[in-house]
Design a protein around this ligand. Structure first.
Ligand code: KIV
Ligand code: ZN
Length: 510
Protein backbone atom coordinates (compact mmCIF):
# COMPACT_ATOMS: atom_id res chain seq x y z
CA UNK A 1 0.00 0.00 0.00
CA UNK A 2 1.29 3.48 -0.87
CA UNK A 3 1.91 5.58 2.26
CA UNK A 4 0.68 9.17 2.17
CA UNK A 5 1.93 12.07 4.28
CA UNK A 6 -0.30 13.96 6.69
CA UNK A 7 0.84 17.46 7.56
CA UNK A 8 0.97 18.43 11.21
CA UNK A 9 -0.27 21.97 11.78
CA UNK A 10 0.57 22.81 15.35
CA UNK A 11 -1.58 25.40 17.06
CA UNK A 12 -0.16 25.08 20.58
CA UNK A 13 0.93 28.71 20.45
CA UNK A 14 -2.45 30.00 19.26
CA UNK A 15 -5.47 27.83 20.11
CA UNK A 16 -3.46 26.08 22.82
CA UNK A 17 -2.52 29.36 24.39
CA UNK A 18 -6.22 30.23 24.62
CA UNK A 19 -6.74 27.55 27.28
CA UNK A 20 -7.02 28.77 30.84
CA UNK A 21 -3.67 29.04 32.59
CA UNK A 22 -1.68 28.40 29.40
CA UNK A 23 -0.81 31.93 28.35
CA UNK A 24 2.86 32.32 27.47
CA UNK A 25 5.33 35.17 27.32
CA UNK A 26 7.02 35.94 24.01
CA UNK A 27 10.32 34.34 25.10
CA UNK A 28 8.47 31.23 26.17
CA UNK A 29 6.67 31.05 22.84
CA UNK A 30 9.97 31.30 21.00
CA UNK A 31 11.42 28.52 23.13
CA UNK A 32 8.40 26.35 22.41
CA UNK A 33 8.50 27.31 18.73
CA UNK A 34 12.13 26.15 18.48
CA UNK A 35 11.16 22.85 20.04
CA UNK A 36 8.21 22.44 17.64
CA UNK A 37 10.63 22.95 14.77
CA UNK A 38 12.86 20.26 16.23
CA UNK A 39 9.85 17.99 16.58
CA UNK A 40 9.32 18.42 12.84
CA UNK A 41 5.86 19.98 12.61
CA UNK A 42 4.99 21.26 9.15
CA UNK A 43 3.25 24.45 10.27
CA UNK A 44 3.38 26.47 13.48
CA UNK A 45 0.40 28.69 14.09
CA UNK A 46 2.23 31.27 16.14
CA UNK A 47 -0.68 33.43 17.29
CA UNK A 48 -3.39 35.86 16.37
CA UNK A 49 -1.55 39.11 15.54
CA UNK A 50 -4.63 41.33 15.69
CA UNK A 51 -5.50 40.17 19.21
CA UNK A 52 -2.92 42.35 20.93
CA UNK A 53 0.42 44.08 20.50
CA UNK A 54 1.98 41.26 22.53
CA UNK A 55 0.55 38.62 20.20
CA UNK A 56 1.75 40.55 17.17
CA UNK A 57 5.30 40.81 18.54
CA UNK A 58 5.37 37.14 19.47
CA UNK A 59 4.27 36.04 15.99
CA UNK A 60 6.79 38.37 14.37
CA UNK A 61 9.63 37.08 16.53
CA UNK A 62 8.75 33.45 15.91
CA UNK A 63 8.55 34.20 12.18
CA UNK A 64 12.04 35.64 12.26
CA UNK A 65 13.69 33.20 14.66
CA UNK A 66 12.16 29.78 14.07
CA UNK A 67 13.41 27.99 10.97
CA UNK A 68 11.96 24.95 9.24
CA UNK A 69 8.16 24.94 9.55
CA UNK A 70 5.81 27.38 7.82
CA UNK A 71 4.77 30.11 10.24
CA UNK A 72 1.08 30.94 10.23
CA UNK A 73 -0.84 33.75 11.85
CA UNK A 74 -4.58 33.77 12.39
CA UNK A 75 -6.77 36.54 10.99
CA UNK A 76 -10.49 37.14 10.84
CA UNK A 77 -11.87 37.64 7.34
CA UNK A 78 -11.22 41.37 7.31
CA UNK A 79 -8.67 43.54 5.52
CA UNK A 80 -7.38 44.96 8.83
CA UNK A 81 -6.78 41.55 10.39
CA UNK A 82 -5.16 40.13 7.27
CA UNK A 83 -2.85 43.15 6.84
CA UNK A 84 -1.78 42.90 10.46
CA UNK A 85 -1.25 39.18 10.15
CA UNK A 86 0.93 39.63 7.08
CA UNK A 87 3.02 42.29 8.85
CA UNK A 88 3.73 39.71 11.55
CA UNK A 89 4.48 36.63 9.43
CA UNK A 90 6.11 38.12 6.36
CA UNK A 91 9.66 37.78 7.70
CA UNK A 92 9.31 34.00 7.85
CA UNK A 93 10.93 31.92 5.12
CA UNK A 94 7.55 30.22 4.66
CA UNK A 95 4.76 32.55 5.82
CA UNK A 96 1.10 31.52 5.90
CA UNK A 97 -2.05 33.57 6.44
CA UNK A 98 -4.87 31.62 8.10
CA UNK A 99 -8.14 33.46 7.74
CA UNK A 100 -11.55 32.38 8.99
CA UNK A 101 -15.21 33.27 9.27
CA UNK A 102 -18.08 31.34 10.81
CA UNK A 103 -20.50 29.59 8.45
CA UNK A 104 -23.12 27.93 10.70
CA UNK A 105 -26.55 29.58 10.74
CA UNK A 106 -26.27 29.83 14.51
CA UNK A 107 -23.10 31.92 14.31
CA UNK A 108 -24.42 33.92 11.38
CA UNK A 109 -27.60 34.89 13.21
CA UNK A 110 -26.31 35.56 16.71
CA UNK A 111 -22.61 36.36 16.36
CA UNK A 112 -22.11 37.93 12.95
CA UNK A 113 -25.61 39.12 12.10
CA UNK A 114 -24.86 38.37 8.47
CA UNK A 115 -26.60 36.42 5.75
CA UNK A 116 -25.06 33.39 4.07
CA UNK A 117 -24.51 35.48 0.94
CA UNK A 118 -22.58 38.13 2.90
CA UNK A 119 -20.41 35.51 4.61
CA UNK A 120 -19.64 33.89 1.27
CA UNK A 121 -18.53 37.25 -0.12
CA UNK A 122 -16.43 38.01 2.99
CA UNK A 123 -14.74 34.61 2.80
CA UNK A 124 -13.84 34.99 -0.88
CA UNK A 125 -12.65 38.59 -0.43
CA UNK A 126 -10.52 37.60 2.54
CA UNK A 127 -8.79 34.84 0.62
CA UNK A 128 -8.25 37.09 -2.40
CA UNK A 129 -6.81 39.82 -0.20
CA UNK A 130 -4.48 37.38 1.55
CA UNK A 131 -3.40 35.96 -1.81
CA UNK A 132 -2.02 39.37 -2.76
CA UNK A 133 0.60 38.78 -0.08
CA UNK A 134 1.29 35.06 -0.32
CA UNK A 135 0.29 31.90 -2.16
CA UNK A 136 0.10 30.07 1.18
CA UNK A 137 -3.40 30.96 2.33
CA UNK A 138 -5.50 28.80 4.60
CA UNK A 139 -9.22 29.33 5.05
CA UNK A 140 -11.42 27.96 7.86
CA UNK A 141 -15.23 28.01 7.86
CA UNK A 142 -15.64 28.23 11.63
CA UNK A 143 -18.21 25.88 13.21
CA UNK A 144 -18.16 23.73 10.05
CA UNK A 145 -19.67 20.72 11.77
CA UNK A 146 -22.86 22.65 12.58
CA UNK A 147 -23.00 24.26 9.15
CA UNK A 148 -25.46 23.15 6.49
CA UNK A 149 -23.40 20.74 4.35
CA UNK A 150 -24.52 22.19 1.04
CA UNK A 151 -23.63 25.72 2.10
CA UNK A 152 -20.32 24.48 3.49
CA UNK A 153 -19.50 22.86 0.13
CA UNK A 154 -20.41 26.11 -1.62
CA UNK A 155 -18.07 28.13 0.62
CA UNK A 156 -15.25 25.61 0.26
CA UNK A 157 -15.54 25.62 -3.54
CA UNK A 158 -15.57 29.43 -3.64
CA UNK A 159 -12.53 29.92 -1.43
CA UNK A 160 -10.55 27.35 -3.38
CA UNK A 161 -11.43 29.21 -6.57
CA UNK A 162 -10.27 32.40 -4.83
CA UNK A 163 -6.90 30.78 -4.12
CA UNK A 164 -7.01 29.05 -0.73
CA UNK A 165 -4.17 26.53 -0.81
CA UNK A 166 -5.47 24.84 2.37
CA UNK A 167 -9.08 24.55 3.49
CA UNK A 168 -9.54 23.62 7.10
CA UNK A 169 -12.77 22.13 8.45
CA UNK A 170 -13.03 22.98 12.16
CA UNK A 171 -15.19 21.17 14.65
CA UNK A 172 -15.14 24.35 16.68
CA UNK A 173 -17.27 23.17 19.58
CA UNK A 174 -16.24 19.51 19.62
CA UNK A 175 -19.71 18.43 18.49
CA UNK A 176 -19.13 15.87 15.79
CA UNK A 177 -18.48 12.12 16.04
CA UNK A 178 -15.95 10.03 14.10
CA UNK A 179 -18.49 8.41 11.79
CA UNK A 180 -20.28 11.68 11.06
CA UNK A 181 -17.04 13.58 10.49
CA UNK A 182 -15.80 10.85 8.14
CA UNK A 183 -18.99 11.28 6.13
CA UNK A 184 -18.64 15.07 6.07
CA UNK A 185 -15.09 14.92 4.71
CA UNK A 186 -16.15 12.33 2.11
CA UNK A 187 -19.11 14.56 1.20
CA UNK A 188 -16.82 17.53 0.60
CA UNK A 189 -14.44 15.42 -1.45
CA UNK A 190 -17.33 14.28 -3.62
CA UNK A 191 -19.32 17.52 -3.90
CA UNK A 192 -16.65 20.20 -4.21
CA UNK A 193 -15.46 19.97 -7.82
CA UNK A 194 -12.10 21.74 -7.25
CA UNK A 195 -11.30 20.02 -3.94
CA UNK A 196 -8.12 18.40 -5.30
CA UNK A 197 -6.60 21.88 -5.80
CA UNK A 198 -6.31 22.37 -2.05
CA UNK A 199 -5.01 20.55 1.00
CA UNK A 200 -7.98 19.46 3.07
CA UNK A 201 -7.36 20.00 6.77
CA UNK A 202 -9.28 19.35 10.00
CA UNK A 203 -9.26 21.05 13.39
CA UNK A 204 -11.05 19.20 16.17
CA UNK A 205 -11.94 20.29 19.68
CA UNK A 206 -12.31 17.83 22.50
CA UNK A 207 -15.58 18.74 24.21
CA UNK A 208 -16.87 15.17 23.94
CA UNK A 209 -13.42 13.63 24.26
CA UNK A 210 -13.47 12.75 20.54
CA UNK A 211 -10.97 15.19 19.04
CA UNK A 212 -8.31 12.60 18.22
CA UNK A 213 -10.82 10.00 17.03
CA UNK A 214 -12.51 12.60 14.82
CA UNK A 215 -9.17 13.73 13.36
CA UNK A 216 -8.20 10.13 12.56
CA UNK A 217 -11.58 9.49 10.95
CA UNK A 218 -11.05 12.59 8.80
CA UNK A 219 -7.64 11.30 7.74
CA UNK A 220 -9.26 8.04 6.69
CA UNK A 221 -11.72 10.07 4.63
CA UNK A 222 -8.90 11.93 2.88
CA UNK A 223 -7.86 14.90 5.05
CA UNK A 224 -4.14 15.50 4.66
CA UNK A 225 -3.49 18.12 7.33
CA UNK A 226 -4.48 17.90 10.98
CA UNK A 227 -4.44 20.78 13.41
CA UNK A 228 -3.46 19.82 16.90
CA UNK A 229 -1.60 20.87 20.02
CA UNK A 230 1.04 19.44 22.32
CA UNK A 231 -0.64 17.78 25.32
CA UNK A 232 -4.00 18.54 23.68
CA UNK A 233 -4.20 21.99 25.29
CA UNK A 234 -6.66 24.45 23.81
CA UNK A 235 -9.90 26.33 24.19
CA UNK A 236 -12.22 24.66 26.80
CA UNK A 237 -11.58 20.89 26.76
CA UNK A 238 -8.71 21.42 24.37
CA UNK A 239 -7.70 20.50 20.83
CA UNK A 240 -6.74 17.16 19.34
CA UNK A 241 -3.53 16.01 20.96
CA UNK A 242 -0.55 16.04 18.59
CA UNK A 243 1.23 13.14 20.28
CA UNK A 244 -1.83 10.88 20.17
CA UNK A 245 -2.50 11.50 16.48
CA UNK A 246 1.16 11.10 15.51
CA UNK A 247 1.61 7.88 17.46
CA UNK A 248 -1.70 6.42 16.25
CA UNK A 249 -0.56 6.97 12.67
CA UNK A 250 2.87 5.55 13.46
CA UNK A 251 1.84 2.52 15.50
CA UNK A 252 -1.08 1.69 13.13
CA UNK A 253 0.67 2.68 9.91
CA UNK A 254 -0.48 -0.48 8.15
CA UNK A 255 -4.07 0.45 9.02
CA UNK A 256 -4.09 4.17 8.16
CA UNK A 257 -1.53 4.03 5.35
CA UNK A 258 -0.36 7.49 6.40
CA UNK A 259 2.67 8.94 8.12
CA UNK A 260 3.86 12.31 9.41
CA UNK A 261 7.26 14.01 9.33
CA UNK A 262 7.36 14.19 13.13
CA UNK A 263 10.48 12.95 14.92
CA UNK A 264 8.59 11.00 17.57
CA UNK A 265 11.62 10.85 19.86
CA UNK A 266 11.06 14.59 20.47
CA UNK A 267 7.50 14.09 21.72
CA UNK A 268 8.16 13.56 25.40
CA UNK A 269 10.50 16.51 25.67
CA UNK A 270 8.03 18.77 23.84
CA UNK A 271 5.32 17.76 26.26
CA UNK A 272 7.49 18.38 29.32
CA UNK A 273 8.73 21.68 28.01
CA UNK A 274 5.18 22.92 27.51
CA UNK A 275 4.25 21.82 31.03
CA UNK A 276 7.28 23.62 32.44
CA UNK A 277 6.46 26.79 30.54
CA UNK A 278 2.77 26.88 31.39
CA UNK A 279 2.86 25.18 34.79
CA UNK A 280 0.02 22.95 33.55
CA UNK A 281 0.85 19.30 34.08
CA UNK A 282 -0.65 16.47 32.05
CA UNK A 283 -2.81 13.93 33.85
CA UNK A 284 -0.78 10.85 34.88
CA UNK A 285 -2.87 8.51 32.73
CA UNK A 286 -2.64 10.69 29.61
CA UNK A 287 -1.79 8.58 26.55
CA UNK A 288 1.81 8.76 25.29
CA UNK A 289 3.14 11.46 27.66
CA UNK A 290 1.43 10.89 31.03
CA UNK A 291 3.60 9.63 33.89
CA UNK A 292 1.86 6.26 33.81
CA UNK A 293 1.79 5.84 30.03
CA UNK A 294 4.48 3.14 30.20
CA UNK A 295 4.09 2.01 33.80
CA UNK A 296 3.03 -1.59 34.27
CA UNK A 297 1.49 -2.06 37.67
CA UNK A 298 -0.32 -5.39 37.66
CA UNK A 299 1.94 -8.35 38.45
CA UNK A 300 0.59 -10.32 35.53
CA UNK A 301 1.44 -7.46 33.18
CA UNK A 302 4.92 -7.02 34.62
CA UNK A 303 5.53 -10.71 34.19
CA UNK A 304 4.38 -10.56 30.56
CA UNK A 305 6.53 -7.51 29.79
CA UNK A 306 9.59 -9.18 31.28
CA UNK A 307 9.02 -12.20 29.05
CA UNK A 308 8.29 -10.15 25.95
CA UNK A 309 7.49 -6.42 25.98
CA UNK A 310 5.07 -6.85 23.09
CA UNK A 311 2.64 -8.63 25.43
CA UNK A 312 1.53 -5.33 26.96
CA UNK A 313 3.39 -2.59 25.10
CA UNK A 314 2.36 -1.37 21.65
CA UNK A 315 5.22 1.14 21.39
CA UNK A 316 8.44 1.62 23.29
CA UNK A 317 9.05 4.51 25.69
CA UNK A 318 12.18 5.22 23.65
CA UNK A 319 10.12 5.79 20.51
CA UNK A 320 8.57 8.88 22.12
CA UNK A 321 11.80 10.00 23.75
CA UNK A 322 11.31 9.00 27.37
CA UNK A 323 14.70 7.46 27.96
CA UNK A 324 16.49 10.28 26.19
CA UNK A 325 14.95 12.88 28.50
CA UNK A 326 16.13 10.96 31.48
CA UNK A 327 19.82 11.22 30.62
CA UNK A 328 21.42 12.76 33.64
CA UNK A 329 24.24 15.14 34.36
CA UNK A 330 25.80 15.44 37.79
CA UNK A 331 28.27 17.49 39.73
CA UNK A 332 31.20 15.86 37.95
CA UNK A 333 29.89 16.80 34.52
CA UNK A 334 32.02 19.46 32.91
CA UNK A 335 31.48 22.27 30.46
CA UNK A 336 31.68 20.00 27.45
CA UNK A 337 28.94 17.63 28.65
CA UNK A 338 26.67 20.52 29.63
CA UNK A 339 27.16 22.35 26.36
CA UNK A 340 26.49 19.16 24.42
CA UNK A 341 23.24 18.49 26.29
CA UNK A 342 22.09 22.09 25.93
CA UNK A 343 22.77 21.85 22.21
CA UNK A 344 20.66 18.71 22.03
CA UNK A 345 17.90 20.71 23.70
CA UNK A 346 18.39 23.35 20.95
CA UNK A 347 20.18 25.92 23.09
CA UNK A 348 23.17 27.28 21.22
CA UNK A 349 24.32 29.84 23.75
CA UNK A 350 26.81 32.68 23.54
CA UNK A 351 29.90 32.20 25.71
CA UNK A 352 28.95 34.63 28.51
CA UNK A 353 25.44 33.23 28.77
CA UNK A 354 26.79 29.69 28.80
CA UNK A 355 29.18 30.56 31.63
CA UNK A 356 26.30 31.93 33.74
CA UNK A 357 24.35 28.76 33.16
CA UNK A 358 27.34 26.57 33.87
CA UNK A 359 27.77 28.22 37.29
CA UNK A 360 24.06 27.87 38.03
CA UNK A 361 24.30 24.23 36.94
CA UNK A 362 27.23 23.56 39.29
CA UNK A 363 25.34 25.16 42.18
CA UNK A 364 22.30 23.03 41.41
CA UNK A 365 24.36 19.85 41.04
CA UNK A 366 25.78 20.49 44.52
CA UNK A 367 22.27 20.46 45.97
CA UNK A 368 20.80 17.80 43.70
CA UNK A 369 22.47 14.50 42.79
CA UNK A 370 21.10 14.17 39.29
CA UNK A 371 20.31 17.02 36.92
CA UNK A 372 17.70 16.17 34.27
CA UNK A 373 16.67 17.94 31.07
CA UNK A 374 13.76 19.60 32.85
CA UNK A 375 16.19 21.05 35.40
CA UNK A 376 18.33 22.42 32.58
CA UNK A 377 15.34 24.03 30.87
CA UNK A 378 14.52 25.79 34.10
CA UNK A 379 18.13 26.96 34.57
CA UNK A 380 18.16 28.53 31.12
CA UNK A 381 14.86 30.27 31.78
CA UNK A 382 16.01 31.49 35.16
CA UNK A 383 19.09 33.16 33.72
CA UNK A 384 17.01 34.89 31.06
CA UNK A 385 14.74 36.65 33.54
CA UNK A 386 17.20 38.54 35.66
CA UNK A 387 18.37 41.46 33.56
CA UNK A 388 15.51 43.90 33.20
CA UNK A 389 13.84 43.07 36.51
CA UNK A 390 12.75 45.87 38.81
CA UNK A 391 12.60 43.67 41.93
CA UNK A 392 15.60 41.52 42.81
CA UNK A 393 15.77 39.12 45.74
CA UNK A 394 18.93 39.69 47.78
CA UNK A 395 18.25 37.52 50.81
CA UNK A 396 15.52 36.00 52.89
CA UNK A 397 15.03 34.09 56.10
CA UNK A 398 12.02 32.17 57.38
CA UNK A 399 11.35 30.34 60.58
CA UNK A 400 8.42 28.10 61.29
CA UNK A 401 7.73 25.59 64.04
CA UNK A 402 4.93 23.50 65.51
CA UNK A 403 1.77 25.44 66.40
CA UNK A 404 3.41 28.84 66.23
CA UNK A 405 3.29 31.73 63.80
CA UNK A 406 5.88 31.59 61.04
CA UNK A 407 8.16 34.58 60.54
CA UNK A 408 9.80 35.85 57.37
CA UNK A 409 12.28 38.60 56.68
CA UNK A 410 13.27 39.61 53.17
CA UNK A 411 15.95 41.81 51.70
CA UNK A 412 15.03 43.12 48.27
CA UNK A 413 16.51 45.55 45.75
CA UNK A 414 13.88 47.76 44.12
CA UNK A 415 15.27 49.73 41.19
CA UNK A 416 18.68 49.05 42.69
CA UNK A 417 17.77 50.43 46.14
CA UNK A 418 17.94 48.09 49.17
CA UNK A 419 14.84 47.55 51.29
CA UNK A 420 14.12 45.15 54.16
CA UNK A 421 10.92 43.91 55.76
CA UNK A 422 9.59 41.42 58.25
CA UNK A 423 6.17 39.82 58.88
CA UNK A 424 4.38 37.02 60.68
CA UNK A 425 1.66 34.71 59.40
CA UNK A 426 0.29 31.19 59.83
CA UNK A 427 2.75 29.68 57.38
CA UNK A 428 6.19 30.60 56.02
CA UNK A 429 4.99 31.25 52.46
CA UNK A 430 2.20 33.53 53.63
CA UNK A 431 4.64 35.38 55.89
CA UNK A 432 7.07 35.87 53.00
CA UNK A 433 4.29 37.07 50.70
CA UNK A 434 3.10 39.53 53.32
CA UNK A 435 6.58 41.06 53.43
CA UNK A 436 6.71 41.27 49.64
CA UNK A 437 3.37 43.08 49.55
CA UNK A 438 4.57 45.54 52.17
CA UNK A 439 7.86 46.22 50.40
CA UNK A 440 6.48 46.57 46.89
CA UNK A 441 3.11 48.13 47.65
CA UNK A 442 1.34 45.49 45.55
CA UNK A 443 -2.41 45.78 46.18
CA UNK A 444 -3.80 43.18 43.78
CA UNK A 445 -4.73 39.61 44.58
CA UNK A 446 -3.07 36.23 44.25
CA UNK A 447 -5.53 34.12 42.27
CA UNK A 448 -3.61 30.85 42.22
CA UNK A 449 -0.67 29.18 43.89
CA UNK A 450 0.60 25.85 42.56
CA UNK A 451 3.56 23.73 43.46
CA UNK A 452 4.98 20.84 41.42
CA UNK A 453 8.08 18.69 41.73
CA UNK A 454 9.97 19.08 38.46
CA UNK A 455 11.58 15.67 38.58
CA UNK A 456 11.35 12.70 40.91
CA UNK A 457 13.24 12.15 44.16
CA UNK A 458 13.37 13.89 47.53
CA UNK A 459 15.99 16.33 46.23
CA UNK A 460 13.80 17.38 43.26
CA UNK A 461 13.43 21.03 42.42
CA UNK A 462 10.05 22.44 43.31
CA UNK A 463 8.39 24.61 40.69
CA UNK A 464 6.02 27.19 42.09
CA UNK A 465 3.50 29.07 39.94
CA UNK A 466 1.90 32.19 41.31
CA UNK A 467 -0.84 34.09 39.52
CA UNK A 468 -1.16 37.75 40.46
CA UNK A 469 -3.98 39.98 39.35
CA UNK A 470 -4.10 43.76 39.50
CA UNK A 471 -7.02 45.57 37.88
CA UNK A 472 -7.27 43.93 34.43
CA UNK A 473 -3.75 42.56 34.38
CA UNK A 474 -3.11 38.95 35.26
CA UNK A 475 0.33 37.37 35.13
CA UNK A 476 1.97 34.12 36.11
CA UNK A 477 5.26 34.04 37.95
CA UNK A 478 7.46 30.98 38.18
CA UNK A 479 10.11 30.14 40.73
CA UNK A 480 12.16 27.00 40.99
CA UNK A 481 14.53 25.75 43.62
CA UNK A 482 15.28 22.66 45.66
CA UNK A 483 14.13 24.76 48.63
CA UNK A 484 10.40 25.25 48.08
CA UNK A 485 10.17 28.40 50.21
CA UNK A 486 12.86 29.96 48.04
CA UNK A 487 10.96 28.77 44.94
CA UNK A 488 7.79 30.37 46.33
CA UNK A 489 9.51 33.70 47.02
CA UNK A 490 11.11 33.69 43.57
CA UNK A 491 7.76 32.95 41.92
CA UNK A 492 6.06 35.88 43.64
CA UNK A 493 8.88 38.25 42.74
CA UNK A 494 8.85 36.96 39.17
CA UNK A 495 5.11 37.69 38.95
CA UNK A 496 5.65 41.19 40.37
CA UNK A 497 8.31 41.82 37.71
CA UNK A 498 6.01 40.56 34.99
CA UNK A 499 3.24 42.84 36.21
CA UNK A 500 5.71 45.69 36.07
CA UNK A 501 6.68 44.78 32.49
CA UNK A 502 3.15 44.09 31.36
CA UNK A 503 2.14 46.05 28.29
CA UNK A 504 -1.41 47.27 28.13
CA UNK A 505 -2.67 45.29 25.21
CA UNK A 506 -6.04 45.46 23.54
CA UNK A 507 -7.25 41.90 24.09
CA UNK A 508 -9.77 41.04 21.41
CA UNK A 509 -9.69 37.26 21.50
CA UNK A 510 -11.37 34.92 19.03
O1 KIV B 1 -11.93 26.13 16.60
C1 KIV B 1 -11.92 26.87 15.60
O2 KIV B 1 -12.88 26.94 14.83
C2 KIV B 1 -10.73 27.66 15.37
C3 KIV B 1 -10.63 28.32 14.04
C4 KIV B 1 -10.18 29.72 14.15
C5 KIV B 1 -9.80 27.50 13.11
O3 KIV B 1 -9.85 27.70 16.18
ZN1 ZN C 1 -10.03 25.98 17.59
Amino acid sequence: MKTETVKIFDTTLRDGEQSPGCSMETEEKIRMGLQLAKLGVDVIEAGFPMASQGDFEAVRKIASEVEGPSIAGLARATVKDIDRCWEAVKVAAKPRIHTFIATSDLHLKYKLQKTREQVLVDAVNAVKHARQYTADVEFSPEDSTRTDWMFLAEVVEAVIAAGASTVNIPDTVGYTTPEEFYRLIKYLKKNVPNIEQTVLSVHCHNDLGLAVANSLAAIQAGARQVECTVNGIGERAGNASMEEIVMALKVRKEYYGCETKIDSTQIYHSSRLLSLITGVRVQPNKAIVGDNAFAHEAGIHQDGVLKNVLTYEIMTPESVGWAQSKLVLGKHSGRHALRQRLKELSYDLAEDKFEQIFHAFKALADRKKEVFDDDLEVLVFDQREKKQDRYVLKDFQVSSCLDQKAEASIHLAIDGKSVDGKAEADGPVEAAYTVLRQLTGFRGEMTQFKINAITGGADAQGEVSVYLKESKKQVRGIGTHTNIIQASVKAYINALNRLDQYENNIEEGV
